[in-house]
Design a protein around this ligand. Structure first.
Ligand code: COA
Length: 293
């Protein structure tokens, strides 16, 4: 995937070049669709970055491409990191501090998901998503805690809006993201006295992401847009813009919050549940099948 942003970002956006000069951001899932553009924006505006992922080649390639965005930028890609393993995160923190000097901002963005009704979801499958999304966010906060404390940093969790309603086929991811929001709030309170901010960003339907391309049935694509009050899908740049605001000095008194960037989409529920063939149709049929343990 090539870069989404370029130098026109600071030339034409409301943000000023250099607002993140001297800052270092540490991002899990940084080679993914949404997190990558968050990193691009921060790097264009002056930050250096470490991006982490399980896939070494993809992570290193994305880092090299993002580094091209700004002369003098340093962006390192650390592959082979699984957020389920706190030790692999701790080692990535060491590498980042050795190569980039420190960590000011953390984006806990790594996530895993698939569609399944509860009957088709084994206990292990449920645990897998909880482990990646919730335990992985906790591990990220733990592994970066010393750096956040030393630099009065900011941890930003990439959450979701799934759990605001009872969303079919997403019991696992909804429970995990509800946990992420709760963790974010506790951290805001516990770490506030240390000068550390903790927030979450909750993307809605974003064009070009797996959530839209892979998880949304094709025949619902048009209706999905109509059901966004702002009548368009979001873009990865929308998420990057909100991220820049939250990590910038403009949001220095903002902590313990979830910033929903979804065009008010969740207020109308979920498009798939407005299609009777899917709900209750598909769910009822699935519920007649085997209950996988
Ligand atoms: N429906 C039901 N269960 C599923 C499933 C699906 N579509 N996909 C995986 N599982 C189950 C597996 O069957 C397994 O459970 P079991 O051993 O009881 O059968 C369990 O989940 C673990 O699967 P595994 O593939 O071993 O886990 P993993 O750690 O290698 O990968 C994911 C987990 C979530 C990353 C993987 O499913 C995946 O690659 N998803 C798509 C990519 C993605 O998540 N992108 C991010 C979107 S936000």
């Amino acid at each position: 995937m090539p870069n989404t942003l370029d130098s026109s970002y600071y030339e034409t956006s409301i943000y000023k070049k250099g607002i993140f000069d001297g800052k270092v951001v540490f991002v899990t899932g940084g080679a993914g669709t949404i997190c990558r553009v968050q990193v691009e924006a921060l790097v264009l505006l002056g930050a250096n970055a470490a991006i982490l992922g399980r896939r070494t080649e993809a992570t290193e390639k994305a880092a090299a491409e993002i580094q091209q965005l700004r002369p003098g930028a340093k962006v390192i890609g650390i592959g082979g990191v699984d957020v389920r393993d706190v030790k692999s995160l701790a080692s990535a923190v060491d590498t980042t501090v050795k190569q980039l000097g420190k960590i000011d901002f953390v984006i806990a963005g790594a996530a895993g998901n698939f569609l399944s009704h509860v009957g088709g979801l084994s206990a292990r499958a449920f645990k897998t998503v909880i482990d990646i999304d919730l335990l992985g966010s906790y591990n990220t906060a733990k592994a970066t805690f010393d750096q956040l404390r030393a630099n009065k940093g900011h941890i930003l969790f990439v959450s979701a809006t799934l759990h605001y309603i009872g969303l079919p086929m997403q019991a696992h991811a909804s429970a995990a993201k509800a946990g992420v929001d709760s963790l974010m709030r506790t951290l805001a309170v516990e770490l506030g006295p240390l000068g550390i901010q903790s927030n979450a960003i909750a993307p809605g339907p974003i064009a070009g992401t797996e959530g839209i391309d892979r998880l949304l049935p094709e025949h619902l694509a048009k209706r999905a847009v109509e059901l966004v009050p702002l009548q368009r899908l979001g873009t990865t740049t929308d998420i990057a813009n909100a991220t820049v605001f939250l990590l910038s000095p403009a949001a220095s008194y903002v902590t313990g919050t979830v910033t929903v960037v979804d065009g008010a989409s969740w207020q109308l529920g979920e498009p798939s549940t407005s299609d009777p063939e899917l709900y209750p149709g598909v769910i009822s049929k699935l519920n007649e099948g085997d209950n996988k343990l």
